[in-house]
Design a protein around this ligand. Sequence first.
Ligand SMILES: Cc1ncc(C[n+]2csc(CCOP(=O)(O)OP(=O)(O)O)c2C)c(N)n1
Ligand SMILES: [Mg+2]
Length: 319
Amino acid sequence: MDKNEYLDLYYQMVLIRLVEEESAQLYQQGKIGGFLHLYIGQEAVSTGLISARQPQDRVITAYRDHGVAINCGISAKQVLAELLGKATGISKGKGGSMHLADVNKNFWGGHAIVGAHLPLAAGLALGDLYKKTDGVTICMFGDGATNIGYFHEAVNLSKVWNLPVLWVCENNQYGMGTAVERASAVSEIRQKADGYGIPNSRVDGMDILAVRKASEEAIAAVRNGSGPYFLEIITYRFRGHSMGDPERYRRSDEVKKWQENDPIGIFHRYLIEQKIASEADLSEIDARVEKEVQEAVQFAENSPEPAPEALFENIYVDN
Ligand SMILES: Cc1ncc(C[n+]2csc(CCOP(=O)(O)OP(=O)(O)O)c2C)c(N)n1
Ligand SMILES: [Mg+2]
């Protein structure tokens, strides 16, 4: 990677962090309806993973989707406007936090039902196999999703049909208030892939370069026709499951310990220590992101609500 590529990864992670911090404030001001699940702490996962994809590779995820959308090229403006339910949002203000999507950027959403997008990912991958493209479907989901029936059905079928899909489990240690060891029969989630004969590995999700390298290798293997691959990425959500979570299920010293391993801080130190970037380079990015996010908030707040007629639009696909 050249210097600009390193700096771009840093930029994307800081952008996600600030968009999420702003979202939390907007939520507390009552400007965002419904649930809001923040990605703070997990930025290195999607930034490293999606930096390894080619444009023909599809990305699909669950409801913790703001960061994933940004990594797929959706702007902070379009994300924040969507969170505020505005017509200028990426889903025209009708999807909200859990339903960001832009098929033109090969980002297939944001899905609210735990595990339900895994069969969709299998279907997308089947489409690519059928049409003989060399696209890989990258399907991201949480540790909790791996205890759901849909997970097992989709993962099994992916091996039976040798689908070009990369299964990516973001193991952030909890599904709502339930710790992994209380809900999963195996502590290493990747072991579930063994049951379906799918090659798998586990990587530190606080180290963006480790995520990127593992993702590049996994995507290349899938693209080369060897069938599905399963990557477990170890991470932690620094905030509650969603806004308003009293977090009675975990100790504050546990949260603090993980926060000392902040993926942005780790990468910042690495860039300085390796003399890839200077403090001035990184401060310039921090300032640029701050400005970009403030402009995005203004844009979202000043944008119009969807018109009443919009209720009847985007119901059916026009062919
Ligand atoms: C089928 C279904 N069951 C239950 C829920 C309620 N629910 C929402 S998020 C969640 C936890 C999922 O945890 P995980 O997959 O680890 O994702 P994370 O929130 O940690 O990113 C649950 C049980 C749901 N949305 N869908
Ligand atoms: Mg989880």
